[in-house]
Design a protein around this ligand. Structure first.
Ligand SMILES: Nc1ncnc2c1ncn2[C@@H]1O[C@H](COP(=O)(O)OP(=O)(O)OP(=O)(O)O)[C@@H](O)[C@H]1O
Ligand SMILES: [Mg+2]
Length: 297
């Protein structure tokens, strides 16, 4: 793995959201491996778990229902009332060097519930609108990180919209099966609709890159190969060249809450481990190249 240069003064903080409202398209897995890859390469990474299901937090060893208390998720930093607190106080260390975590749990749902009322109450007063709040919270810690990776829930709620508005880059994960592709195109349509609503309301939308990441891919499956070919025809170079292969090593690593970057090689069949890790590394290397390009390296 290539050692990556840290962000220099003047380089824009990179905020990468991993999104798609198709459940199980490997958003969390993609966010986890990307965070770890970038940290191993020398970046200072903040991982934000925006999913009330909190799978990313669980992967980092925090059990959402036991280890995360009230006001200890991103909600604490974006809430509308007087209990709002600085994001810096919410960031937790992880056992993985170079990665801080803003954990999630069910409390995040509060933002979906309180936003409609806040919009009505605050419209006239010109306060931060809901879609700017995630970005404002991240601004508070911008100097401490090179890259922020946000794992979105499989819905297009206010949290996801806030993340998309904060983002400088977006990764849309795709499991190459027909139903998933259909639901992804729906996601893209709805996202672009919502983003135009946000832009009309004065929101900012300047993604340095948007890429489709093909995940859980079985290259020997003929229908899958056809779908991948179709996606490449439709989206061209917006689809990353590398794909993450479907692998029991990755699925099991999810169950044991240890990623391939943490497992001993002997813990899984060596060949299986190597192949899976190679595919993950290849995807992450492409994303790292995009970051370097944004920073003009
Ligand atoms: N490359 C892969 N090979 C095999 N299994 C995988 C792979 N990537 C992810 N998985 C498994 O697929 C399941 C869904 O993955 P993940 O939780 O990352 O998806 P998600 O999009 O975040 O889901 P949700 O929409 O529920 O948040 C998990 O059990 C995970 O371990
Ligand atoms: Mg997830």
């Amino acid at each position: 793995m290539e050692f990556l240069p840290r962000r220099r003064p003047g380089d824009k903080l990179q905020i990468i959201t991993v999104a798609n409202f198709k459940g199980g398209s490997a958003k969390t897995t993609t966010a986890l491996y990307l965070s770890q890859y970038l940290a191993l390469a020398g970046f200072r990474v903040l991982a934000i778990d925006l999913d009330p299901q909190a799978s990313l937090s669980a992967m980092f060893g925090y059990q959402p229902e036991f280890d995360i208390g009230a006001n200890e998720t991103l909600y604490g930093a974006i809430r509308y009332d007087e209990h709002r607190r600085p994001l810096r106080e919410i960031v937790r260390p992880t056992y993985f060097d170079g990665i801080g975590l803003v954990p999630g749990n069910l409390e995040l749902m509060e933002f979906e519930h309180t936003t409609p009322r806040a919009m009505v109450e605050r419209r006239e007063r010109g306060h931060d609108l809901f879609f700017r709040r995630v970005a404002s919270a991240i601004d508070q810690v911008a100097d401490e990180y090179d890259v922020i990776v946000i794992d979105c829930p499989p819905q297009l709620g206010y949290l996801t919209m806030g993340a998309l508005n904060a983002a400088t880059a977006m990764l849309v994960t795709i499991h190459p099966q027909m139903v998933d592709v259909a639901s992804m195109s729906q996601f893209l349509l709805m996202t672009s609709d919502l983003m135009s609503v946000i832009e009309e309301a004065g929101g900012r939308l300047d993604h340095d890159f948007i890429r489709y990441v093909i995940t859980r891919h079985d290259p020997n499956d003929v229908p899958e190969a056809q779908i991948v070919a179709l996606l490449r025809t439709l989206f061209g170079s917006d689809v990353l060249q590398a794909t993450v292969w479907k692998s029991t090593a990755i699925a099991n690593a999810g169950l044991t809450k240890q990623s391939l970057y943490e497992l001993e090689r002997g813990a899984v069949g060596r060949g299986a481990y190597d192949r899976a890790l190679e595919s993950v590394d290849a995807v992450n290397a492409e994303i790292a190249q995009l970051l370097k390009k944004v920073w003009g390296r």
